[in-house]
Design a protein around this ligand. Structure first.
Ligand SMILES: C/C(=C\CNc1ncnc2c1ncn2[C@@H]1O[C@H](COP(=O)(O)O)[C@@H](O)[C@H]1O)CO
Length: 195
């Protein structure tokens, strides 16, 4: 087995703030560490602050491979003082950043965040709803963070403005998130396969 190349490129969306509880940073760090331990590449928004920084430092501490994608205008604002080593792709704007992160990823994991995170999550949700196979999306609940999104989906379904309810998965820990994406990405094994 080739152990040098990453297994999957996993894009993590999350806030450039830390949130109101230390638990958010703990989970973000753990996600970065586990992602690297399991030999996945981290694709993310190239930030060194907030949860973005915590995920990246977690991955870097364990020798993980990191691809950061960020527009020129955000680079100094979101780099902070503890940006770990990574390959950086500079983009002209936020739309290009989002497109490149989505193109480069096999699957998506979202931690809690603000408007930017919500925008990225909804981009993947709406692309999947349109039948574009961008990869599975797993949301990590740290403190019931995704309840309002689930309520919104229920509301859209109830009012006849959405048809699919299976556009993302919600889990309760970093480990469950990685278990979920790995099983969703694993090639199906044919029941009658030999060897
Ligand atoms: C696509 C455009 C506006 C929509 N807003 C955003 N789109 C993509 N990324 C964004 C947007 N606003 C902030 N961001 C970045 O997301 C990261 C996480 O931010 P959060 O708000 O803490 O969740 C961070 O890098 C933000 O800069 C305009 O064309």
């Amino acid at each position: 087995m080739d152990t040098s190349s990453p297994r999957y490129a996993l894009c993590v969306f999350c806030g450039f703030s830390t949130g109101n509880s230390p638990r958010y940073q703990q989970v973000a760090t753990e996600l970065g560490q586990l992602l690297a331990d399991r030999r996945h590449q981290l694709v993310y928004g190239a930030g060194g602050v907030g949860l973005m920084g915590a995920v990246a430092r977690g991955a870097a501490d364990r020798g993980g491979e990191i691809l950061g994608v960020i527009p020129h205008f955000l680079r100094s604002r979101e780099a902070g003082h503890h940006l770990p080593p990574q390959t950086v792709v500079l983009t002209d704007d936020l739309l290009d950043r989002k497109r490149i992160m989505i193109e480069r990823a096999d699957a998506f994991i979202a931690l809690p965040g603000g408007y930017g995170t919500l925008d990225e999550v909804l981009e993947v949700v709406s692309m999947t709803a349109l039948g574009l196979d961008v990869g599975p999306l797993v949301l990590v609940d740290v403190a019931n963070d995704w309840a309002t999104l689930r309520d919104l989906v229920r509301d859209l379904l109830g009012r006849g403005f959405a048809r699919r309810h299976d556009l993302f998965h919600v889990v309760g820990s970093a480990e469950e998130a990685l278990d979920a994406v790995e099983s969703l990405l694993a090639p199906a094994v044919a029941v009658n396969s030999v060897g």
